[in-house]
Design a protein around this ligand. Structure first.
Ligand SMILES: CSCCC(=O)C(=O)COP(=O)(O)O
Ligand SMILES: [Zn+2]
Length: 205
């Protein structure tokens, strides 16, 4: 059988990203999910329920652009959030979803949206070249009905324009990038900024 080298390369990148994200404590107890889009439109995504810091090659599977399993296994319960992002952002090559403490806590302190502005680290986000930037990260109420949540997110972007990330309240956040490395840089930068915002809320109280 022919080897699917692009799939294997992306899977290896997702496994490495998972190790890093777990080393920071951002995917505890099997939480989180990761994906990368291949050049033919198929999506490499984590199998549901696996520990994302201890992924093996067999823990990454393939779905089509609509999120249907291509090998009979069960993809992430949140696959439709990944496919929604890929549909909206044709340049996106990877989506990462950590259950990070700062994003989760911040969503308890702030409702509606988190505003990030005047931080040098905003320049870690693709296309931003000055700290004098203001971005809104929307916070959506958590929902066990993933198709409904995906639709809500799609409608928000349709109405408000492009975003870099979104938080699901009491749950975690989603961000993406052209490559796994880009998406991982976004995860790291955003989690740092969410932590600062969380501390600032404590200081202001
Ligand atoms: C134990 S975390 C609950 C499910 C979740 O939010 C998550 O990110 C992991 O689900 P998956 O099906 O992708 O393993
Ligand atoms: Zn989750």
């Amino acid at each position: 059988m022919l080897r699917d080298t692009e799939f294997e390369t992306r899977a290896a990148e997702l496994i490495e990203a998972g190790r890093f994200i777990d080393s920071r404590g951002w995917v505890p107890a099997t939480s989180g999910n990761f994906s990368a889009r291949l050049s033919d439109g198929r999506i490499a995504i984590t199998v549901s329920g696996r520990h994302k810091g201890r992924l093996r090659p067999e823990d990454i599977m393939l779905v089509d652009a609509a999120g249907r399993s291509l090998d009979g296994r069960k993809p992430s319960a949140e696959t439709l959030l990944h496919t929604g992002i890929y549909r909206r952002y044709p340049e996106a090559g990877a989506v990462l979803h950590p259950h990070s403490p700062a994003s989760t806590l911040l969503s308890r302190l702030v409702s509606g949206e988190v505003i990030l502005e005047d931080y040098e680290l905003l320049k870690a986000l693709a296309g931003i070249d000055t700290h004098a930037t203001r971005i809104a990260v929307p916070i959506f109420p958590n929902d066990q009905n993933i198709p409904r949540l995906a639709l809500k997110i799609e409608e928000y972007i349709e109405m408000h324009g492009d975003i870099y990330a979104y938080i699901i309240a009491g749950h975690g956040f989603y961000t993406w990038g052209r490559s796994v490395a880009d998406a991982l840089r976004h995860v790291e930068a955003l989690e740092f900024l969410f932590a600062l915002e969380t501390h600032m809320h404590g200081v202001k109280r």
